[in-house]
Write a protein that binds this ligand. Structure first.
Ligand SMILES: [Zn+2]
Length: 379
């Protein structure tokens, strides 16, 4: 039983849809041939030289961080990243990255972090809005003609909501019009006000089908000038996006929670630091794997007690603390995303079983590697 790289990519793309990646990001296959057989998969946060050295010949390195993000004009083997690419290609190995798409996906990077910290996830901290590009059509049809108009709209592609087709809503009412000179009304005569029993028929349709639906409705509608409204619908928040909000099984002191974070994540020289009242009770927690500075404003509005993320800088943290009572817990970037490796590994193991050995790279790729020997007091 052999597994092709293309099959692995299909599973990863389904779990971490590339369409969820930020516009500046670079995700997907970096090197490797989708038609090749994959011998094994190694999952890591970073594609470092040390990690690449652990990848089996013919293996796939699945990394969270892109290796080549900004414009690249060489992969020469005498450059650090070029050497890594050469090493992989020479060994028949591949590199695939799932970055901000894995951050936003559900479950994604922050779900893995939340699970590790013992949180029950309740929602997305910064939900993506899914632009449905959907129109609501409101069509006024004289009684007796509504079925024909509905059928025409459905045939043109209207009426789909999720796994349901031919969706429509209608109510009976009274329409009124005054046919002017030169008109040729289906009902009534020019010069006299006409009141007609009509149905108000509502359906949704993709905005790209606007011309098709209009042509179909006009063709099926008995009136010379059908009355209708086309309303673009606002996008709704989706269950995907950056960061998660979760709850602890029971409230704990902030100081104890910080210790819980320290004990749950792999050790780093960066360590775990926190800002807040150590005795304040915390139960609702926001988390964001990776650098979470940019979500501080969302955190302040989220109704949480504490925010766990990485790479919090002096000024954003200081500004936040002046304006918000939400405590901050800052952990190493690598440590905050490392739990995702197990999530991605489990995804592939569940799908391919014994046909594809999957391992999480057992290397700390946090760039900070020297532990402080002693902490000197500052007075
Ligand atoms: Zn990251």
């Amino acid at each position: 039983m052999s597994v092709q790289l293309a099959e692995v990519i299909a599973v990863l793309d389904a779990a971490y849809p590339p369409g969820l990646a930020q516009s500046w990001d670079s995700v997907g296959l970096v090197c490797g041939d989708p038609d090749d057989v994959v011998e094994s998969v190694t999952v890591a946060v970073d594609a470092t030289a040390e990690v690449a050295a652990t990848v089996d010949p013919g293996g796939l390195l699945l990394a969270h961080h892109p290796l080549l993000l900004r414009g690249v004009d060489t992969v020469a083997a005498n450059t650090p990243k070029g050497a890594l690419i050469h090493r992989l290609i020479r060994a028949g190995s591949a590199l695939f990255t799932a970055h901000t798409n894995a951050d936003s996906a559900n479950p994604g990077v922050s779900d893995a972090l939340a699970d590790t910290l013992g949180l029950t996830v309740e929602g997305v901290l910064d939900p993506l809005t899914r632009g449905p590009d959907t129109d609501k059509w409101v069509i006024f049809v004289p009684t007796g003609h509504a079925d024909a108009v509905r059928a025409a709209a459905f045939a043109a592609g209207a009426g789909h909501i999720g796994d349901y087709a031919q969706c429509s809503w209608s109510v009976a009412g009274t329409g009124q019009f005054l046919p002017l000179d030169g008109s040729s009304p289906t009902i009534g005569t020019p010069g006299s006000v006409e009141q007609v029993s009509e149905d108000r028929v509502e359906v949704v349709a993709p905005a790209r089908l606007r011309a098709d639906v209009l042509a179909a409705v006009r063709a099926a509608h008995p009136y010379q000038e059908p009355a209708l409204d086309v309303l673009p619908l606002a996008p709704l928040p989706a269950d995907v996006g950056i960061g998660r909000i979760g709850t602890l099984p029971r409230p704990v002191r902030l100081g104890d929670f910080v210790e819980q974070v320290r004990g749950s994540l792999p050790q780093t020289s960066w360590g775990v630091r926190a800002a807040g009242d150590p005795d304040a009770p915390v139960s609702r927690v926001a988390v964001c794997g990776g650098a979470g500075d940019s979500l501080l404003a969302s955190v302040a509005r989220a109704g949480v007690d504490v925010y766990v993320t990485a790479d919090l800088r002096h000024h954003p943290a200081d500004e936040h603390r002046r304006a918000s009572g939400v405590a901050l817990v800052d952990v190493a970037h690598w440590a905050s995303e490392y739990p995702w490796c197990a999530q991605a590994a489990a995804l592939l193991r569940d799908h391919f079983g014994a046909a594809l050995p999957v391992a999480v790279a057992d290397l700390r790729t946090d760039p900070w590697n020297i532990e402080p020997q002693t902490v000197r007091g500052i007075s």
